[in-house]
Design a binder for this molecule. Structure first.
Ligand code: WT7
Length: 637
């Protein structure tokens, strides 16, 4: 018997499932949801309208996702390994945490938080390195119904403060420091800076990871270890009964305006969809080791390190470090050491490892690998081929998984070994996902061999529910461009067989090394630098990062620094305001920016110049001062 009754196991069963989902989506998802553990069943599988938008899956049902991630596995699989931890330092012993142990630790941490007054509905910000305590913290929040907001450890104090304030978080869970390759990041000190501006935070829990001296504030800061000692091992924390539609977490992501928005996911629908997509796309078989290289600070880590795998009773590998440290064999060493079966990573990592030479991967047989996965940005054919030949040794299917923070789980992807793969194509939608291409007028483009903007016409269980504190913004951003449909912000084409190829963002959002960054956010940060009058940021093709950040800056400072000095000062400002991931790759100083008579910057022109494709700039007649274009072109980097 199949371990997961809803696992697709042939091309026929994919087609059958897709057809069923199309005929009756509610019946389709209701049948899948019945395989999970609920405290109380739902009234309706689905109520929705995309106008408001209002999307409710399994409303009225009660559950706690941690019961599905942990308690449910104890009877038969208590000693199975839930998490494998591979530390940054390859010499440090790895850790194997069984479902029983993870359950025990989550219960204790949940009780620690309760004892400090944290309760259902409170927001908890988590700012940690990739250590098991991060997964424990996430699950402990879910256990008591606190809404977690994980913030990637690469964001600055100011970015952290903005997110904490937006969510009005009551508590923070952090570490003294984090190891990342040869570097150490002082997380607690960044939190201390951030909290200068945050009045909502009442308690801070600090994991000792790096033995870094930290300042601990009385009656606010508590050591994780000491707190845990107050709760005897084996203590049980009653799982908070959550409505299926209660928020499970907030995850901030960048958009085309300056301010990141808090994407909200629900308890019930998200659980069903993360697990369903995990089990199907990767064709997970019980006992296998799944290695997703993302950070839990991003949605990929939420869905495919923590929630999806654990609900499925899988073994999920957490890696603290980076692929190139101490050398470019690190991933392959981990795969051999822990007999990894599924490796899910990003094109940017593949390209950087490919660039460092085949010798780092060739000496590894990588026999345990069965499935490879790619996520975060379009994978170019060269990287796809290298991944396939050198890592997969020609034997492993590659799933190219397209999805977004807002979609909660994989939407368009081949199913490993079951539906056909095609390099650079995400291929076909999962059952229950109904993508469409639309033109500028909002008309649906029928047929194949066409391209347009990618929309989804019907809700799926992990649909974004709202943007925290600002439902109107959710509506404007995703449900207004094409009324009645969810707009992804991506462009795509459909080939003759109906396969989708994602061509990239059609809005002012960049994808740099798989990280989403709004051009307006970077501009705001640059504009904060003393002497900067105005700036405009665009993306350009970058061999390793996919897209690089190109900034045009008008500077009128009084100091006589060299341009190089000024560039590095501006970089420091961007790092301070947002974090290192938003650092421009190129800064060109300009006298003016190409603007229309109404004062709008013509980014199309700036993009062409940055792409070194300035031979035909199209119509520039609407520009206020067409001569600025020539001078920008001459100074292009
Ligand atoms: C954007 C979403 C989904 C988790 C990681 C990123 C791009 C994502 C693919 C892919 C082409 C992709 C899209 C999307 N993207 N996966 N397989 N092929 N593009 O999540 O930060 O929310 O970014 O990443 O442009 O809109 P995110």
């Amino acid at each position: 018997m199949k371990h997961y009754p809803y696992q697709i196991d042939s091309l026929e069963s994919y087609k059958e499932a897709y057809k069923q989902s199309l005929d009756n989506p509610a019946a389709f998802w209701g049948d899948i949801a019945r395989n999970f553990s609920w405290m109380h069943s739902w009234k309706n599988v689905l109520d929705w309208n995309f106008e408001e938008p209002s999307v409710k899956w399994f409303d009225g049902a009660k559950l706690n996702i941690t019961v599905n991630c942990l308690d449910r596995h104890l009877e038969e699989h208590a000693s199975d390994i839930a998490l494998i931890f591979d530390a940054n330092d390859p010499e440090e012993a790895s850790r194997h945490i069984s479902y029983q142990e993870l359950y025990d630790e989550v219960n204790r941490m949940a009780l620690v938080m309760k004892a400090r007054g944290i309760k259902k509905g409170d927001r908890v910000c988590i700012y940690m390195g990739m250590i098991p305590e991060l997964a424990i913290a996430v699950l402990a929040c879910a256990r008591i119904g606190a809404i977690h907001s994980v913030i990637f450890g690469g964001f600055s104090a100011r970015s952290v403060a903005d997110r904490i304030n937006d969510a009005q978080a009551k508590a923070v869970i952090t570490c003294d420091g984090a190891y990342r390759g040869a570097k150490q990041i002082e997380l607690k000190s960044i939190i201390d800076d951030a909290l200068e501006q945050c009045l909502s935070v009442q308690s801070v829990f600090v994991v000792n990871r790096t033995n870094t001296p930290v300042s601990m504030i009385k009656d606010r800061d508590y050591w994780w270890d000491e707190e845990m000692l107050n709760i005897p091992l084996g203590s049980f924390c009653e799982p908070e009964p959550m409505n299926a539609e209660d928020p499970l977490f907030i995850l901030y992501t960048s958009g085309s305006t300056g301010k990141p928005k808090g994407v909200v996911h629900s308890c019930g629908g998200y659980m069903v969809y993360a697990t369903y997509s995990f089990v199907n796309v990767f064709q997970y078989q019980l006992g296998e080791v799944h290695f997703c290289t993302a950070d839990i600070g991003w949605i990929t880590g939420h869905s495919y390190i923590v929630y999806g795998p654990l609900c499925a009773g899988a073994t999920s590998l957490m890696f603290e470090g980076i692929p190139t440290w101490p050398n470019a064999s690190r991933f392959w060493e981990i795969c051999e050491k822990h007999r990894v079966n599924i490796l899910y990573t990003a094109p940017t990592a593949i390209r950087s490892l490919m660039g460092l030479g085949d010798e780092f991967v060739e000496s590894f047989s990588l026999q345990s690998l069965r499935v490879l996965g790619s996520v975060g940005e379009p994978i170019n054919e060269e990287a796809w081929q290298w991944f396939h030949d050198k890592v997969g040794k020609g034997r492993c299917p590659i799933v190219d998984t397209w999805w977004q923070t807002e979609t909660g789980g994989i939407m368009i992807s081949n199913i490993a070994g079951i539906t056909p793969q095609k390099p650079a194509f995400a291929t076909l939608p999962l059952p229950g996902i109904f993508p469409e291409l639309v033109n500028e007028n909002g008309n649906v483009i029928e047929g194949n061999e066409v391209s347009g903007n990618l929309v989804i016409s019907h809700p799926w269980p992990a649909t974004i529910r709202t943007t925290w504190g600002d439902h109107e913004r959710c509506k404007q951003t995703y449900f207004s461009a094409y009324p009645g449909k969810y707009f992804t912000g991506d462009g795509a084409l459909r080939d003759k067989d109906g396969n989708y190829r994602i061509t990239g963002r059609v809005d002012d959002v960049l994808n740099v090394s798989g990280h989403r960054i709004g051009t307006a956010e970077v501009e705001n940060a640059i504009n904060m630098h003393q002497g900067v009058v105005e700036s405009a940021v665009v993306g350009y093709p970058h061999d390793l990062k996919g897209q690089g950040i190109y900034a045009y800056v008008i500077y009128q400072g009084k100091h006589n620094e060299s341009q190089d000095q000024l560039r590095s000062d501006i970089l420091s400002t961007v790092i301070r305001i947002i974090g290192p991931i938003a650092k421009p790759d190129k800064i060109q100083f300009v006298q003016g920016l190409p603007k229309t008579r109404s004062g709008k910057i013509m980014r199309r022109i700036l993009r062409k110049i940055a792409e070194r494709d300035a031979s035909n700039l199209g119509d520039t007649s609407t520009l206020l001062d067409p001569s600025v274009v020539d001078s920008i072109r001459q100074g292009a980097l």
